[in-house]
Write a protein that binds this ligand. Structure first.
Ligand code: FES
Length: 136
């Protein structure tokens, strides 16, 4: 195999591998929320530890869930309604921020600042003992 041929072949392989990584990453961040959502999170488990303290948040099943006080939570669809970038909870500001173009959403999902014009969908989040149940 000629050196130039080898470099071309390796370049194509690397490009395809990188494209695959990008697709996987993008897909997992913007997975749609299941239609009949019924999620039970045991807050004593390490995987849910982020929700043990006020201001904590975690992402799961296309949702972002944040603890607003000792007794209240909010659960929103995580994909920004502008172009789908996952939003993040900002506990100090008490809102959800999309870093792609700067949209800001309230804790109920309403638009505080565009360019997004549509709210994030809010789901029911109820705490019973150590179990947080999130439903449609
Ligand atoms: S994708 Fe969120 S503001 Fe554009």
């Amino acid at each position: 195999m000629e050196r130039l041929e080898f470099i071309k072949l390796m370049g194509t392989g690397t490009l395809l591998a990188c494209a695959g990584c990008g697709l996987v990453s993008c897909g997992s961040d913007s997975d749609p929320v299941p239609a009949n959502l019924d999620l039970n999170l045991d807050l004593t488990l390490a995987e849910n530890a982020a929700l043990q303290n006020v201001g904590g948040s975690l992402s799961r099943d296309g949702l972002i869930i944040a603890r607003l006080s000792t007794t209240s939570f909010t659960a929103l669809g995580r994909a920004c309604t502008h172009q789908g970038t996952p939003v993040n909870f900002r506990p100090n500001q008490g809102d959800f921020f999309c870093s792609a173009h700067g949209s800001i959403f309230s804790t109920t999902g309403s638009v505080v600042q565009g360019p997004a014009t549509q709210p994030l969908r809010q789901y029911r989040a109820e705490l019973s003992g150590n179990i947080l149940r999130v439903t449609t």
